[in-house]
Design a protein around this ligand. Structure first.
Ligand code: UD1
Length: 388
């Protein structure tokens, strides 16, 4: 059996690492010889956004890199499809495995089914209901085409049923990202905050000031087009961070290239990095981000993956979005996160309340560190039945 799996952007790497380990383990324990090919589409290409994750998570180098890089959505998707078709024609895998909801996920799913190859989606069934999110379109198309859909929670399985996906295709297996968290948690705990800041500080940030060794901080990440692409949204958010959050807490912000480029274009970057309470970091590695999360008083983010990690670690989290495809991470379901959108009054109100909250870790069903093993078993079982 030959499996070809695809990664494209940063949030994919922590989802593919456990899958590869589980395939190796299955081969070893069952004297099997499942062949695995890893394709990187190259949507994320900076060392800090990509290569660093391969090294720190022990992911083998990709067998093939399509080197697609940046571009409009149509460019990224179109170029990926053209390049990926050639790969599939040459490799002829039995299965293609895609993860998450990035442009690579969509492009490779379409090509796979056009060539009548079996398709498996890990992290299936997530729905925000918001069609202005590029990721929602990617999720819908990928799930519609998949032969095998692995869901992280019961809500996602239910979403698929409502859309008419046959029951035998849906498998609730848990959250594969938590497999990576469980394996790496101890290593993350040992990292020193001071060292993380020193090694990842953006040039010009904290200029000349001493790096604090132990202090209270809010952790920020922001990259969604709905938050960073429009001036009337990003500027009030920045003002809130600077004038209100930074007054009471230091603020650590590992900044995404999209956001930084945007602030440079708006002509505000040079001024913002001078604020001494705001510690800008380059995109940090996996372990560093988890350590920052573990020590944060509060998280302000628009990332889906961070919402999930906050849930397991118990970090009180304000999600700067109006909707979420991950309701299981919300406070009303036991999680640590609350939706605050990008309305400053709403953010302020929730921020002040949440600051007083304690860490309350919550582990949703099957977020137990063994999702990848379940996936490999089901994939092999299904391969025996599903032939074409
Ligand atoms: C992508 C995913 C999003 C995911 C996010 C995590 C899609 C539609 N979106 O968004 O789901 O949460 O990754 O990071 O697939 N850039 C660099 N270096 C890089 C990568 C990007 O400088 O290594 C810059 C480029 O200027 C690019 C911009 O960041 O134009 C945005 O990158 P892009 O791949 O379009 O999407 P993300 O916003 O990163």
């Amino acid at each position: 059996m030959k499996i070809l799996s695809v990664v494209g952007a940063r949030p994919n790497f922590m989802k593919i690492a456990p899958l590869i380990k589980a395939i190796v383990k299955y081969n070893r324990e069952n004297r099997a010889s499942i062949q695995h090919i890893l394709v990187h589409t190259g949507q994320h290409y900076d060392v800090r956004m990509s290569e660093a994750f391969f090294q720190s998570l022990n992911i083998p180098d990709p067998d093939i890199n399509l080197e697609i890089g940046s571009g409009s959505h149509a460019e990224q998707i179109g170029y990926t499809m053209i390049a990926f078709e050639k790969v599939l024609l040459e490799q002829q895998p039995d299965w293609v495995v895609v993860v998450g909801d990035v442009n690579a996920t969509l492009s490779c799913s379409v090509v796979t089914k056009k060539l009548n190859i079996k398709l498996c989606h890990i992290e299936a069934g997530l729905r925000s209901g918001d069609m202005s999110m590029p990721e929602e379109i990617n999720r819908l198309v990928t799930d519609r085409l998949s032969d095998l859909l692995f869901t992280p929670d019961a809500v996602s399985s239910e979403n698929l049923r409502k859309e008419g996906v046959p029951e035998e295709k849906i498998h609730f297996v848990g959250n594969i990202m938590i497999d990576t968290l469980e394996v790496n948690k101890e290593k993350c705990e040992k990292l020193k905050l001071e060292t993380i800041i020193k090694e990842n500080l953006v040039a010009g940030s904290l200029d000349g000031k001493k790096i604090p060794s132990d202090f209270s901080y809010a952790l920020i990440t922001l990259h969604r087009p709905s938050n960073v692409d429009r001036e009337e949204v990003i500027i009030p958010l920045i003002n809130f961070f600077l004038n209100e959050v930074a007054k009471e807490n230091s603020l650590i912000w590992p900044i995404h290239p999209r956001t930084r480029n945007r602030l440079i274009k708006l002509g505000v970057w040079d001024n913002i990095i001078k604020n001494p309470s705001l510690i800008f970091l380059e995109p940090v590695g996996y372990h560093e981000m988890i350590r920052l999360n573990m020590g944060a008083k509060i998280m302000l983010t628009d990332s889906g993956g961070l919402q999930e990690e906050c849930c397991i670690l118990g970090t009180p989290c304000l999600t700067l979005r109006w909707n979420t495809e991950r309701p299981v991470t919300l406070r009303e379901y036991g999680g640590a996160s609350v939706l605050v959108g990008n309305n400053i009054d709403k953010i302020r109100k929730e921020y002040l309340q949440t600051l007083t909250f304690k860490r309350i870790p919550y582990r949703p069903d099957l977020w137990d560190g063994h999702t990848a093993e379940r996936i490999v078993e089901r994939l092999i079982e299904t391969d025996k039945i599903l032939k074409y």
